[in-house]
Design a binder for this molecule. Sequence first.
Ligand code: 1GP
Length: 254
Amino acid sequence: MKKVETYLNQKISEKGCIHIALIDPDKCDPAQAPNMATEAKKVGTDAFMVGGSTSLGGEFVDNLIRGLKSGADLPTILFPGSLFGISKFADAVWFMSVLNSTNSYYITGAQAIGSRMVKAYNVEAIPLGYIIISPGGTAGFISQVNAVPYDKPEAAAIYALAAQYMGMRFVYLERGSGVDLPITPTMVKIVKKLVNESKIVVGGGIRTKEQAREIAQAGADAIVTGTVIEEKGIGGSLREIIRGIEEGVHARQA
Ligand code: 1GP
């Protein structure tokens, strides 16, 4: 049963674009997690992603997820930077392939090795094509990508369409955690024009209400923010970003 995927799809069709809060086990004390989760839910976050390219794994991920779950009944989705990022306490895992990696380990190798653990833990696997746009941040460096140029949206779009044709129901356009600026709304529009089935997730460098509004208006189905929460806290960032998403969806429908 695809419980989390069904939930995400329902929320996307209700809201037009959802918000997912990315929490890095390196940067969040599990003792703070319950309160953080309660606050994030209060301002309208729809789910949590847990992980990061250079993150700690094992019990650090376990404890963080348990903390988040005790604070809010929202799905926790693993965003593993490595095999250490798999936790039996998560509701789901983005079963992701770095489509523009130059190293097959990041396209299918780690996935093959991790697959039995995901099954044994009974964590829902959600197929996701991960496309890294220049500069790509740490994710791009670690997964050895041939990054899509920032100003070549058509190149991102053909990777996204290939992901759809390969059966990946979600496509993630990643600019890199903590980068200066997110991908352009034009890139989102051009991807959406070509990809009509897979849901489009956008992340990397989104820090302001305006950026969230433009990306939602361009057609993103989900927006992920991590760094801004670390920099400004839930209260200082998420309420405005989620308001920006709502305004963007509204403008899209107008
Ligand atoms: C990183 O896309 C996510 O993988 C979120 O990026 O940390 O810049 O919000 P930020």
